[in-house]
Each structure stands twice: as structure tokens, then as C-alpha cells.
Design a protein around this ligand. Sequence first.
Ligand SMILES: Nc1ncnc2c1ncn2[C@@H]1O[C@H](COP(=O)(O)OP(=O)(O)OP(=O)(O)O)[C@@H](O)[C@H]1O
Length: 250
Amino acid sequence: MNIIEVKNLNLFYSKFQALKDISMDIKEKKVTALIGPSGCGKSTFLRCLNRMNDLIDGVKIKGDVIINGRNIYKDRVDIVELRKNVGMIFQKSNPFPMSIFDNVAYGPRINGIRDKKRLEEIVENSLKKAALWEEVKDDLKKSGLSLSGGQQQRLCIARALAVEPEIILMDEPASALDPISTTKIEDLIFELKKNYTIVIVTHNMQQAARVSDQTAFFYMGDLIEFNDTKKLFTAPENEKTEAYISGRFG
Ligand SMILES: Nc1ncnc2c1ncn2[C@@H]1O[C@H](COP(=O)(O)OP(=O)(O)OP(=O)(O)O)[C@@H](O)[C@H]1O
């Protein structure tokens, strides 16, 4: 089933067109990777899926993004609800300057959950789902900022999971991490897709090939090819895709 349907999406930063008539259906509980050379529009596209571009001055968006049957740009949509349902993980982990517990409890508290036991449950479950619990369970009062880079990124994933999203957007979540931490994030993505839909921007083609079910190749604002990951990397249909995956540009 398609959880996200993008139809004829165009995005302008003032006069510059960064996305050109993009249409793409994203399947539920699968990992979709967005690849392409720097500046091709991957992050811009990702941010369209939870209206993060609304925050940028001079942005104009035309077209439709339909999530669970609701057009997030046209129907009356509560942005806070939307971002709860469509969580986001950034390249640079950004824990709040507070304890591990408070980082994960932050969203649930904003949503009005006050009961201590309930919060403890949510924090424990979210940290378990983010594969961080075992490493931090003995000192949840420790500052989130005192964790290693890889742990901080998993803390941010736990924080996103604590408000029960359906979709998680990841913008190069492992590009600042060492190989071992990267493997942990990749293993986690594999685990998470049992319950969540994941859309991930990555510069790393091996990573896209390892973690994703479907891959979209962008080039200069165009969606050049969108295919099953295996097919895209072994028998691409477009010659630009082939040139890119074989390292001839980008
Ligand atoms: N806030 C902005 N204002 C103006 N132009 C922007 C803005 N953000 C991005 N752009 C331009 O839009 C195009 C797409 O940028 P985007 O960041 O989406 O590309 P990307 O494929 O994610 O690149 P990278 O891999 O380098 O992160 C680029 O030409 C970029 O310069």
C-alpha cells in the first residue's frame, strides 16, 4: 500500500526551481532511498514530506503530497500533528541540552502526558526500539549531549519514536558517524521498517543498496528513475542513472 503519494510536485526557492514535476508513490513499511549528486534536490524533496520547507523564506510549492489520503498542502492539516506523524532525523544529531530521559519524554510531555509511570514506559520502549536502551538504562539522568555521536543519533531516533510516528524521514543520518556507528544505524533502519515507513537521503550508494527497498535517483531537480533498489543498481533503465551509479559523475 502507498502511504505517501506525491503528484506533480514543483518547488521554487524564489525564482530557482529546485524540484521539477516530481511524482512518486512511497510504500508503507518499506525503506525508500533518495540518491543523486549534491544539489539535485534530495533534501528539498524530503523536507516537502513534512512541510519543513514552509519555514524557508521565498519558497513556493505547487502540486500534491498526499499522506494517508490527506493532501498535506491543501486539506486543513495541523502542522504539529503532521510532524508528529512524520518525524525527522537530521545529518547532525541534535539532542536537546537535557537528560536522556527528558529528551525522549519531551514530545509526550508536550502532548500532555504527565503520569510518571506512563512516561517511564514510553522512554524505555522508545530507547529499546532505537537500540540504545542497554547502553543507557543505568543512567537516564545523564545529559544527552554526553553520549557518543552514534548514541546521540539513536537518542534522536528514540525521541522521534516516542510520539508514535508512522513515517520517519532521515537526512543522511549516518554521514557524520564512524563505520561501527553507521552499521548500528543501518541495522536499526532494517529493524524499524517492520513498523515504520522510512525515507532516507544518502550520499552513499552502498548504503542505499544495503538498506532500501526502493531507490529514487534525482538529478538537477528531476526525478530521473524510481525503481526497486536491486533493479536500479543492477539494471538501471535510464542512462543517467547508470552513469551515476557507475561513478561517471556526481
Ligand atoms: N534555502 C534555500 N534557498 C535557496 N536555494 C536553496 C535552498 N536550499 C537549497 N537550495 C538549492 O536547491 C537545490 C537543491 O538543494 P538540496 O539541498 O535539496 O540538494 P541535495 O540533493 O540535498 O544536496 P546535498 O546532497 O548537497 O545535500 C540546490 O541548488 C541548492 O543550492
